[in-house]
Design a protein around this ligand. Structure first.
Ligand code: ADP
Ligand code: MG
Length: 644
């Protein structure tokens, strides 16, 4: 059995309406270890035949068996395996990767065979040494002469063993001396047991071979054996892999290294692509931090005024009015409400404006008549003196606790404690000064107030006991809605109708939170769109990158890269860019956030958001890099190689 058996091989190319046939039924057997020249004039179909022999291209018709195995039944993976493990190519135009050094070019096929990097380098150096290029390991192809480049490509053909060397016009671009040297090397390989197939239009080159096959217009004209072949047996050919294995860690590590190298080679382009992702990820991080900060700000301000409070007020719509006052709620209602479950305290309140006078000064201020429990409703205590207690309340004591504003206007210098204050001409003794509370959200000064006991207020100041509000403090906020219902039911029972409205701080909080969440979502989605735009930038640049490197892809495929390797290479590149952009973007987002925080903006960072936006960027790289990478992986090796 011959190593290579071709039976009635035909190759047609589409040309206009009809196909044009360039190989018209080739029958050829090549034994293992033969040194054979395929000779013919330009256009006779030599290169086409070689591409078929080397599994770079498929015949349109006919049968090709390699070591007895029909290659027409092999899939991409197995063909790549044959190219990688069995064949070594030497081309007229060398087909070296311009951005890689001599030794890296030689080592290329071993990457796809899974050889460790150190071992690869040692072997590549040894091969180059043997070919007299030991001094040129680190040189780029454009720093080498034609003859030297061809020797690099011979070394590359031998890297994975190169049982069958396919050389297409190996001397075509060389001067006669270098050409002779290359042919000598090929002859040496044949002597060492390699099967060498040289393609040439030059009879003098063909002279070197032991057998010359003459091709004319896609047909074999002549097949001469110049020296007898001492039939080497077909060497055992390992089983080709059944199906594609999963990429291992080493393979992915290689892909990342290659990606970084190519990204560095085009650093400006990489920078701009990165920028797109950085802006996208940074925007997501900052926008959500701003949204979250704004929400917490509002929520904190509402919570300050107590989320555990229910404020009950008369319903203006339908009430009996006595002396201009809505006559609904009375202090006894508060006592009744206080007995409800989950109600900690119920504080009744009447308020109105009065003229306060002291030290010969007059001011208009508001007075609030409340029960002593008032101070426990909110975290608001006297800073001087005391608040009035139950005794004052029961004794109708004419005592007052004043806010900071009232203190500042009526007692600017001197201690107000123990002093008298006239409220609408009725004297009250000051027993305490409240701590400063500041303005409300709508600008009212909360410190412009005088507190008096409810009993004294109803009797002396207001002359009636209808309340402006009852504020309930609940123990368990989670049951606040049930408590609200119970309070309303109780008041309906007491008043015979529903005549109050209840303000629930907790539900206000829910509503405000929901509004703020919507705002955050809006900010977040604008940012997400910019991330998407960044992703489109990645795709764009990957398409350019693939288009630029078609030739390199062809070289990689000819040296045995699987489709999967090519796919991985480009996918890794886009994921590396996006992930790098993601990391920098998160850092940039945090930086901008801190800066805004420094200017007083409320910023709340969220680690899950950072992690999520980083992964989003990486996934975007994967998704948007996929189409370009697939395009690269599906290239036809012959067409890719011819793209010089
Ligand atoms: P040689 O290497 O002997 O000079 P080739 O094998 O390169 O010849 O080409 C043989 C014939 O096939 C030529 O006529 C060429 O124009 C044609 N040919 C080669 N490749 C293609 C292709 N991809 N599409 C169409 N025609 C092709
Ligand atoms: Mg040719």
């Amino acid at each position: 059995m011959a190593l290579i058996e071709l039976r009635d091989i035909r190759k047609r190319y589409p040309a206009g309406e009809q196909d044009v046939e360039v190989l018209h039924g080739i029958d050829l057997d090549i034994e293992a270890g033969e040194f054979i020249a395929i000779m013919g004039s330009s256009g006779s179909g030599k290169s086409t035949l070689m591409h078929i022999l080397g599994c770079l291209d498929q015949p349109s018709d006919g049968e090709y068996r390699f070591a007895g195995r029909p290659i027409t039944e092999m899939d991409h993976e197995q063909l790549a395996w044959l190219r990688r493990e069995m064949f070594g190519f030497v081309f007229q135009s060398y087909h070296l990767i311009g951005t890689a050094s001599a030794w890296e070019n030689v080592a290329l096929p071993a990457i796809y065979a899974g050889m460790p990097r150190d071992e690869r380098k040692t072997r590549a150096q040894r091969l180059l040494d043997e070919l007299g290029l030991g001094e040129r390991l680190e040189n780029r192809p454009n720093q080498l002469s034609g003859g030297q480049q061809q020797r690099v490509s011979i070394a590359r053909a031998l890297m994975n063993g190169g049982q069958v060397i396919l050389a297409d016009e190996p001397t075509g671009a060389l001067d006669s001396v270098s050409g002779e040297a290359v042919m000598e090397q090929l002859r040496g390989l044949a002597r060492r047991g390699h099967t060498v197939i040289v393609i040439t239009h030059d009879a003098k080159v063909a002279e070197h071979a032991d057998r010359v096959v003459e091709l004319h217009d896609g047909r074999i004209l002549d097949d001469r054996r110049r020296r007898p072949h001492h039939g080497d047996k077909v060497r055992a050919v390992a089983e080709p892999p059944k199906r594609s294995g999963l990429p291992d860690a080493g393979e992915i590590g290689e892909a990342v290294l290659m990606a970084l190298r190519s990204l560095r080679a085009n650093w400006l382009r990489t920078l701009l692509t990165l920028l797109g992702i950085v802006i996208g990820v940074g925007a997501v991080v900052v926008m959500l931090a701003i949204g979250q900060g704004a929400k917490q700000d509002v929520v904190a301000r509402i919570s300050d005024r107590g989320t555990n409070l229910l404020v009950i007020r008369p319903d203006r719509g339908q009430q009996r009015v006595a002396d201009g006052v809505i006559a609904t709620l009375v202090p006894d209602d508060a006592k009744a409400l206080e007995t409800l479950p989950n109600v900690r305290t119920a504080v009744p309140e009447i308020s109105g404006s009065v003229t306060a006078r002291a030290n010969g000064q007059d001011v208009s201020t508001s007075v609030q008549a409340v029960t002593p429990a008032f101070t426990s409703l909110r975290d608001w205590q006297p800073v001087q003196g005391i608040f009035f207690g139950e005794q004052d309340q029961n004794a109708y004591a004419p005592v007052a606790v004043i806010g900071q504003t009232v203190k500042d206007t009526l007692f600017p210098d001197g201690d107000p404690l123990g002093q008298f204050l006239m409220l609408d001409s009725i004297p009250f003794q000051v027993i305490g000064v409240m701590g400063a509370q500041g303005a409300t959200d709508w600008g009212d000064d909360q410190d412009d107030v005088v507190f008096v006991p409810l009993s004294t207020g109803t009797l002396r100041l207001f002359g009636q006991n209808y309340l402006r509000s009852i504020t309930l403090a609940v123990d368990d906020v989670s049951r606040i809605d049930a408590t609200e219902q119970a309070a309303v039911d109780l008041l309906i029972q007491r008043h015979g109708q529903r005549d109050v409205r209840v303000f629930n701080m907790a539900s206000l909080l829910d509503m405000v939170s929901a509004t703020q969440n919507t705002l955050t979502m809006l900010l977040g989605s604008i940012a997400a769109i910019s991330l998407l735009v960044g992703g489109i930038g990645v795709m764009n640049i990957m398409l350019v990158s693939v288009a630029e490197r078609v030739h390199e892809i062809g070289i990689r495929m000819a040296t045995g890269a699987r489709q999967r390797n090519i796919l991985q290479q480009f996918l890794t590149e886009s994921v590396v860019v996006s992930a790098l952009g993601g990391i920098i973007g998160v850092a940039a987002g945090v930086l901008v956030g801190l800066l805004l925080g420094g200017f007083g903006m409320a910023i709340v960072f969220s680690v899950p958001v950072m992690v999520a936006s980083f992964f989003c960027a990486a996934v975007i790289g994967l998704l948007f890099g996929f189409a370009p990478a697939l395009k690269a992986a599906r290239l036809n090796p012959v067409e890719a190689l011819s793209n010089d």
